[in-house]
Design a protein. Structure first.
Ligand code: ADP
Length: 893
């Protein structure tokens, strides 16, 4: 820029100033009816927005430039935000007509992923969170602060968390943008799709942060919000203050709707780490990253966007308190006692608008008469809900009913004031009803009375001048005139003043007509001005009622969520779960909530699951062939526990569920592989987290742990992980595995049990029954699955022969080796959490594996055997399978 600095035009200097204010944003520079972008911004924008790249000057001073019409601002901001950029809107801040020299321009707003409020950009069914993370060195060690705001609704909370649970909390919140100090670099795994914004470290400083919050809330202490000066609150306050500082800088407009800071009680919610959320597909599907095929999508029968957003919060944060859960379940049960009422409520919910976001737009003065119309319409339907809930029995439904305030006075005023059809622009006028404001009525009468007056004036002048063709008319440019054709030129009275010449005629005016014109024009101007004033005053009345409206909106959102859960429970024949404190699970005829609705009705095979410290055991090993339904069964169990703790009915006939403080789901790692981590490493990192953080009240579901390493490594790891979970953590565990060797654990561990998935063999075919049975599976049916997957017949046929040979030899050699069996058993001891030493004999059964190797290849650990073991039949394609067979054949011969 230095060269061009010399000859910067005043406008480019303005652009440069704007760029200095927000160097990380693309500056949208208002020029008349267009927003223009310059230099690097223009190049980026032309790519992302598909705009033509032009240049302002020609030759060596050519400056890249791209632009779009100003009525498309929202569309282009949305595209920039979606592509991960920030947009600074630089407006003309004075009337160009009144400007002396160049029009003044200023950045009026910086839009970032976490600070968007435009309805057209936001997804109505999702919250859009901005999160601040403070890891300031001045704050207590091992603790960091989180503060979160939803700008479109004004929700604002903060909390201090342990550093090691930071990622879990971020996974729960799923913010659109995270701000953090430039002194505390902060890395996030790639799975978090979030805009990261560095802020100056001073913004996170405790004193600065407190001052920012005091200014925002107009208080001198934060104690009223539940944040005293104790050390444990410092990180939370630092983060909250940094958010306010960021919003002041980016929004440059009132943040009046952010009225309080709420403490967030992390201990009230079930912990689910990011990997488990992904594995269980709670809110995002693994393959697509979208809502389709997730638990949230199944549960979401909400009618209003406010309900849909609240439900997403509930799904992200299942409860721990049985009382709170039961109050939701009671409400659903209450709703289900009267289906007519449920239908009525859902019908009425359709008439409710997203008043949470609408009111915020009104508070921020970003609103139109239509927004007032939305509030007005919604308010008129509120008494209906109070009425429908008049016979509510459950406490929560009663609380909802009492929380709905129809804001009668405001509602009456808005109804009296607003026309049915409302414009987007308050300056357009014509949206205030007659009889609402006397002055406005008079002004309108004056405009309307115009026609009468003109007609009278015209006849009067015709009579006076004796010109029968004399006509009084009006044009926008010339105003009122008297038109007389040239043939009557001689009859023109002396008080007529020439105004305009047209073909064959002249137009005149008189002082009387001029006076009238002035009166009418002033009336219309004043009328528009008055409507604008009335509009502003109606907005102020909504703002004055905002707390009641927001409280009402929240009550309606809860009602919507409860009705959504009730409708689903009825449609899918769910049952009410019984929640208990004991770490146990007893689900009779449970179904997978998502898979069930994807298949044909009634095609899903229900299964029981019983886990307890008694006869059913705490750790259940599920063996069975691929595709039998192991993974579905264990995920289903986790999902049903989550649903129960959300306060939803669940797809089962009967269920008793012990509260889970955390759920760990280690299921598959396919997407991580693509990011360059080894499957095994990811698996072990996640396993380490389970073993370090699990408690007696946790539920752990594991699918195929140890697959990413050699078989012996894998079995030994899986074995010892099970042992640790059983002895030390003593949590409820479901472990789906291919390692049949593990099933022997059930013999020597008190609370380990075997389950398997039933299959039917019919001639050469296998039918998966998806039924979970006690005991271990004895076959793996991998070849059958290969056949289903389209592996050529030659290969599957040949595999059958090999398998038959292997199995024959296994028997033969194991008979030969019976004497050696005792040497394969290993004895060792472990210590429990209580310090008790347990001695155990572990049948590390190498006999089967080892024996096969001896008989077939005559050598222990033959590389081909190892390769066969490692082979993933699910992923290999037929050509590679054939090539492998060929290679092995060559090696053997
Ligand atoms: P595994 O983990 O044993 O390889 P999956 O759980 O992935 O098997 O299930 C394999 C297929 O069977 C999936 O397509 C799933 O939808 C279907 N399935 C699993 N369990 C059931 C069930 N109980 N009823 C009906 N279909 C099921």
């Amino acid at each position: 820029m230095s060269k061009s600095n010399v000859k910067l035009t005043p406008m480019m200097r303005q652009f440069q100033d704007a760029k200095l204010v927000c160097p990380n944003a693309i500056v949208l520079f208002r020029m008349g009816d267009f927003y223009e972008m310059f230099l690097e911004d223009a190049k980026i924008a032309s790519q992302i927005l598909g705009l033509a790249l032009t240049s302002r000057e020609k030759g060596p001073d050519a400056m890249p430039m791209a632009g779009f019409p100003c009525n498309q601002l929202d569309t282009y901001i949305a595209k920039l935000i979606n592509a991960g950029y920030r947009a600074a809107v630089c407006e003309q801040v004075e009337d160009p007509k009144k400007a002396k020299g160049i029009v003044k321009r200023e950045v009026v707003r910086v839009v970032t992923a976490g600070t968007v409020t435009e309805d057209s950009i936001l997804d109505p069914r999702s919250s859009n969170f901005l999160l601040a993370v403070s890891m300031n060195s001045r704050t207590p060690e091992l603790e960091s602060g989180l503060a979160c705001v939803e700008l479109s609704t004004g929700l604002f909370w903060a909390v201090t968390v342990k550093k090691d649970s930071l990622l879990e909390q971020i996974a729960r919140i799923m913010p659109a943008e995270i701000i953090y100090s430039d002194k505390d670099p902060f890395t996030l795994p790639e799975t978090f799709k979030v805009q990261k914004t560095q802020r100056p470290d001073w913004a996170f400083n405790y004193r600065t942060a407190k001052e920012n919050l005091f200014k925002q809330f107009k208080t001198t202490t934060l104690e009223g919000f539940g944040f005293n000066d104790s050390n444990s609150n410092i990180p939370a306050i630092c983060a909250a203050g940094a958010i306010i500082d960021y919003l002041n800088e980016t929004q440059r407009q009132t943040l009046e709707h952010i009225e309080s800071l709420t403490p967030y009680h992390i201990g009230s919610y079930m912990e689910i780490d990011e990997a488990s959320r992904v594995s269980l597909e709670l809110t995002r599907a693994i393959r697509t990253g979208k809502r389709d095929g997730t638990l949230l999508e199944v549960l979401d029968k909400c009618i209003t966007p406010m309900g849909a957003r609240l439900l997403a919060d509930w799904v992200a944060s299942p409860l721990l308190d049985i009382g709170q859960i039961n109050s939701r379940l009671d409400a659903i049960e209450d709703i289900l006692t009267d289906i007519n009422r449920l239908t009525n409520i859902t019908e009425n919910l359709r008439k409710i608008n997203d008043i949470q976001r609408t009111v915020t737009r009104i508070v921020q003065h970003h609103c139109s008469p239509r927004d007032l119309g939305l509030v007005s319409r919604t308010l008129t339907f509120l008494p209906m809900f109070i009425n429908l809930l008049s016979n509510a029995k459950s406490t929560l439904l009663k609380t909802i009913r009492d929380g709905i305030d129809p804001c009668q006075e405001l509602s009456d005023t808005l109804q009296r004031a607003l026309e049915r059809e409302l414009p987007y622009n308050p300056n357009d006028g014509g949206f205030i009803r007659n009889n609402f404001n006397n002055e406005l009525d008079e002004l309108r009468n004056m405009q309307r009375g115009g026609k009468e007056w003109i007609a009278k004036y015209q006849s009067k002048e015709i009579e006076r001048t004796k010109i029968s063709t004399l006509r009084v008319g009006f044009t926008r440019v010339f105003g009122y005139y008297i038109e007389i054709s040239n043939v009557h030129r001689e009859k023109i009275p002396s008080n007529y003043e020439r105004k305009q010449t047209i073909k064959n005629a002249e137009r005149y005016t008189t002082s009387e007509l001029r006076k009238y014109e002035e009166k009418v024009l002033t009336a219309s101007e004043r009328g528009n001005e008055l409507e604008r004033e009335i509009f502003d005053s109606l907005c102020e009345q909504v703002i004055a009622n905002r707390q009641n409206i927001q409280k009402t909106a929240h009550a309606i959102a809860i009602l919507d969520v409860l009705c959504s859960l009730a409708v689903l429970a009825r449609q899918q024949r769910y049952c009410r779960p019984v929640l208990v404190e004991d770490p146990m699970i007893r689900i009779i005829e449970g179904r997978h909530p998502v898979i069930e609705v994807m298949g044909a009705p009634g095609s899903f095979v229900p299964n029981n699951i019983e886990i307890d410290r008694g006869k059913n055991g705490m750790l259940q090993l599920i063996t069975g062939p691929n595709m039998a339904g192991k993974s579905t069964f264990i995920r289903q169990t986790a999902l049903l526990c989550i649903m129960a703790q959300i306060g939803s009915f669940i797809p089962a006939q009967e269920a008793q569920i012990g509260i889970c403080d955390r759920i760990f789901a280690r299921v598959g790692a396919s997407d991580e592989i693509a990011r360059g981590h080894s499957t095994f490493m990811v698996e072990m990192i996640e396993t380490a987290r389970i073993l370090n953080q699990g408690t007696e009240k946790s539920l752990v579901i594991l699918d195929e742990i140890g697959r990413g390493t050699s078989t012996y490594d894998g079995i030994s790891l899986a074995w010892s992980i099970c042992e640790y979970l059983h002895d030390q953590i003593r949590c409820r565990t479901l472990f789906a595995t291919h390692y049949h060797e593990l099933t022997e654990m059930a013999d020597s561990f008190e609370l380990i049990r075997n389950l398997n998935v039933a299959v039917n063999e019919l001639n050469d075919d296998v039918v998966f029954l998806h039924k979970i049975l006690p005991g271990s599976a004895d076959k793996s049916y991998g070849i059958h699955v290969a056949k289903l997957a389209g592996v050529p017949r030659e290969v599957t046929q040949r595999s059958r022969e090999i398998l038959a040979e292997l199995e024959q030899n296994r028997v033969k050699v194991s008979i030969d080796n019976t004497d050696n069996e005792s040497t394969e058993l290993k004895s060792f001891s472990t210590t429990t959490q209580d310090g008790d030493e347990i001695k155990r004999v572990v049948p590390v059964s190498r006999k089967k594996v080892g024996n096969i190797q001896f008989s077939l290849f005559g050598a222990d650990d033959h590389p081909i055997i190892e390769e066969i073991r490692e082979l993933d039949i699910n992923t290999i394609n037929p050509v590679n399978a054939l090539q492998l067979l060929l290679k092995w054949k060559k090696n053997i011969l």
